[in-house]
Design a protein around this ligand. Structure first.
Ligand code: HEM
Length: 373
């Protein structure tokens, strides 16, 4: 099996994906695209891989395919390793408290608390993000990749995450230090440290400023939508979701725009381009390249059957490069329209912060482009 997959690389000499970098490399994507053509439901080392757009979309919307905490045979994925380690340490809660891995009503209840709080904040976010971005960009040389990285790409999504959660702005370093990878910690250490950081603010129930922590905490008090044991893990999960994906995507976008200054100028000349550009970057870079589901019964999909109890990895990145849906999928076209990508997922687990993430990217890239001559 491995041998067959390795061959794919040499079969794809003509595939030019110039801008895909760390989160999803050329080789991995080339393999997935080969599977997309030849073996759309592919058995690989103990789980299925699904790669065609139509199948990916159908799988994400199929309620028989549920999201569960990772099984031990998926130790290859760093996030999976981290979560497994945390669960193993028996930290006073078990996996049923992570809403992302639960079914309704728990999943729907916690999601509702997050969604309602984000909707409450949304009308003011564009202006808030603009002031954060301007303040950061003013202090740095926007022509210099390193200062952009240190002075903008690192702090911006971290400050935003702190604001969304209702943490003091200066706590942004928590996010960057823990999840930005500077200290070289593995992700499980980072998750545990975020947990211990959040323990303190969450202990001040009743005096929490407005934000996600307050909304989740109220959810425990008022309607018992969230169990006490669920408060901390779901706050950590939110912190991770809010920061990591946005940081990775922003990094890719800035890198691309610095290397393609004509595109930067295009955004500056016509700010309407930025919302299309963000959709295209989300599609092309597909920073969340996979999600996984467990089958609760035999499900016919991709020309085969995912049997009850089997796991399927859903390749969002491959779906977002499916030539059946996207013309010239390996080209970045800043005005691509329509662009029905699945970079934010789909179905019950559709990214709860999709609107916030989009706004973050649109505002930050527009602010950056304005500073280019
Ligand atoms: C901008 C880049 C982002 C990308 C590409 C992204 C991508 C995704 C994807 C693909 C999922 C679905 C995972 C699955 O189906 O298993 C997801 C879920 C989630 N995202 Fe995002 N996300 C981004 C930003 C954000 C932001 C800004 C927040 C918070 C404000 C956030 C919070 C979450 C949460 C809490 C979930 C779990 C939802 C659930 O299980 O119901 N994400 N994200």
């Amino acid at each position: 099996m491995t041998h067959a997959l390795e061959n794919v690389v040499t079969d794809n000499e003509t595939l030019t994906l110039n801008h895909i970098t760390s989160s999803l490399d050329h080789v991995q994507l080339a393999m997935l695209l080969k599977l997309q053509r030849d073996s759309p439901l592919h058995w690989h080392k103990g789980f299925w891989v699904l790669t065609r757009y139509a199948d990916v979309k159908a799988a994400l919307q199929d309620k028989r395919l549920v999201n569960r905490a990772p099984a031990p045979n998926r130790k290859d994925v760093p996030l999976v390793q981290a979560i497994l380690k945390m669960l193993k340490r028996g930290r006073g809660y078990d996996k049923k408290h992570w809403f992302h891995y639960a079914d309704s009503p728990y999943h729907a209840d916690v999601r509702k608390l997050m969604r309602e709080e984000l909707n409450r904040q949304l009308p003011d976010l564009r202006q808030l993000f603009q002031s954060i971005a301007d303040e950061l960009l003013e202090k740095i040389d926007c022509d210099d990749e390193q200062s952009l990285q240190k002075g903008f790409v690192e702090p911006f999504p971290a400050i935003v995450a702190a604001e969304l959660m209702g943490l003091p702005r200066e706590k942004w370093r928590w996010f960057d230090d823990l999840f930005g990878g500077r200290q070289g910690d593995d992700l499980s250490t980072s998750l545990c440290r975020m947990e211990s950081f959040l323990r303190d603010p969450l202990a001040k129930r009743g005096v929490l400023p407005p934000g996600i922590l307050c909304a989740l905490s109220d959810g425990c008090d008022a309607d018992n939508l969230l169990s006490e044991e669920g408060l901390l893990p779901n706050s950590v999960l939110f912190a991770l979701g809010a920061y990591v994906n946005t940081r990775q995507l922003l990094e890719r976008c800035v890198e691309y725009l610095l290397q393609n200054r004509g595109e930067m100028k295009r955004i500056r000349r016509d700010p309407r381009v930025v919302s299309f550009a963000v959709e295209e970057f989300a599609r092309y870079f597909s920073t969340t390249s996979f999600c996984s589901r467990l089958s609760t019964e035999d499900v016919e999909i991709g020309g085969g059957v995912v049997a009850e109890g089997q796991c399927v990895r859903i390749a969002l990145a491959a779906a977002n490069h499916d030539p059946e849906v996207f013309a010239a999928p390996h080209r970045i076209d800043l005005t691509r329209h329509p662009n029905p990508h699945v970079a934010f997922g789909s179905g019950l687990h559709l990214c709860v912060g999709a609107a916030v993430g989009r706004t973050e990217l649109q505002v930050s890239l527009a602010c950056l482009a304005r500073r280019f001559r």
